[in-house]
Design a protein around this ligand. Structure first.
Ligand code: SAM
Ligand code: SF4
Length: 333
């Protein structure tokens, strides 16, 4: 008889069925909330090879993971990213392959990414003002990103969602314009409170904190929101913008703790399995695959054992000095 009981269950009874994979810590942008201006990236031999990433993903899918998100850093700056997407997209038993990107390469790659089996795509967009875009990303070009978004709309993804990190006095005045942009294109948008991951040099995170409550209040002055029960088993709380095809989500690590429903773990580019975004609890899967190449059972035993290390919750405090020194690009956001 087939055993359908979940294999990845943590100490708090949460079933893990979602893996986020950072395939590189590198990026062509330097977003002010994500990175410092001068970053040192990992040397090539320290990061997982594409074959190792595929191998680990297969092991997770056999253990009941149905959804994999490819992220980074910027996943599309890694050479071979498309081949990897094709290989992961072909893993039998995987229900959903999705990805998160800054869109800098979507104008040329969106159709190939869709053909590789990526069903849905999240695109970061914090502002519609070219000068602010340059200031927030330090190196990005808004026009190119907007081209990428347009191409993605033509490529036939089941859903496109924008992600916007809102910072007080940097882009908080653009919340409604961003919603308008999403509604006009029939796509979704999520607003994210900045999280204190890693040391940055552009601002004090406490000074720019802009809570979801205020973002929602700003939106409701122009767009009627209808609460939705649906959730990704994750941090977003969703609303339908009445009379439109768009939904708006709020990811509020500070103002609304979402840990009780956490269903995910993260694989970093260097092969650490992170059990929680806001804690350092981790298991070194690279060591397992390099010391025991080809031994799927041993890898799966390490993954199952890691569930015992998953912490109950994060305790971010935006006003304290960061206690998590890894940046979001090294985390697989
Ligand atoms: N480079 C891709 C991108 O920007 O979409 C994928 C990786 S990026 C780390 C994933 C998401 O994390 C982006 O939507 C970004 O805005 C968000 N992010 C980065 N640093 C963050 C922080 N400190 N707090 C909250 N969100 C952050
Ligand atoms: Fe790069 Fe994404 Fe971080 Fe921006 S948020 S620096 S695009 S990894």
């Amino acid at each position: 008889m087939t055993d359908f009981s979940p294999k990845l269950v943590d100490r708090f009874g949460r079933v893990v069925n979602y893996l986020r994979v950072s395939i590189t810590d590198r990026c062509d942008f330097r977003c002010v909330y994500c990175m410092a201006e001068n970053m040192t990236f990992l040397p090539r031999k320290q990061i997982l090879s594409l074959e190792e990433i595929h191998w680990i993903c297969q092991a997770f899918v056999e253990l009941g993971v149905g959804k994999i998100r490819i992220t980074g850093g910027e996943p599309l700056v890694r050479s071979g990213a498309l081949d990897l997407l094709r290989q992961i997209g072909a893993i039998s038993g995987l229900d959903e392959l999705v990805m998160t990107t800054n869109a800098s390469k979507l104008a040329t790659l969106a159709h190939d990414i869709r053909a590789a089996g990526v069903k849905r795509i999240n695109i970061s967009l914090d502002t519609l003002d070219p000068a602010k875009f340059k200031a927030l990303t330090r190196t990005g070009d808004l026009e190119n990103v907007l081209k990428g978004i347009n191409t993605a709309r033509d490529a036939g993804f089941e859903r496109i969602k924008l992600n916007a990190v809102i910072l007080k006095n940097r882009n908080h005045d653009e919340v409604c314009d961003l919603v308008h942009f999403a509604v006009d294109r029939g796509i979704d948008i999520s607003f994210i409170e900045e999280m204190p991951l890693g040391v940055i040099d552009s601002h004090d995170r406490g000074d720019v904190h802009y809570p979801s409550r205020l973002i929602k209040h700003d939106i409701e002055r122009r767009f009627p929101l209808q609460a939705l029960a649906e959730s990704s088993g994750g941090p977003s709380v969703y609303y339908r913008i009445a009379g439109t095809h768009s939904r708006v989500g709020f990811i509020s690590p500070h103002s609304a703790n979402f840990c009780a429903s956490c269903n995910r773990v993260r694989l970093t580019a260097e092969g650490r399995l992170l059990l929680c975004l806001g804690n350092e609890h981790a298991v070194d899967l690279k060591a397992v695959v390099r010391q025991h190449p080809g031994d799927r059972a041993r890898l799966q035993a390490a993954i199952i054992a890691a569930m015992a290390v998953k912490p109950e919750r994060h305790t971010f405090d935006i006003h304290e000095k960061p206690v998590i020194f890894r940046h979001m690009n090294a985390t697989g956001g």
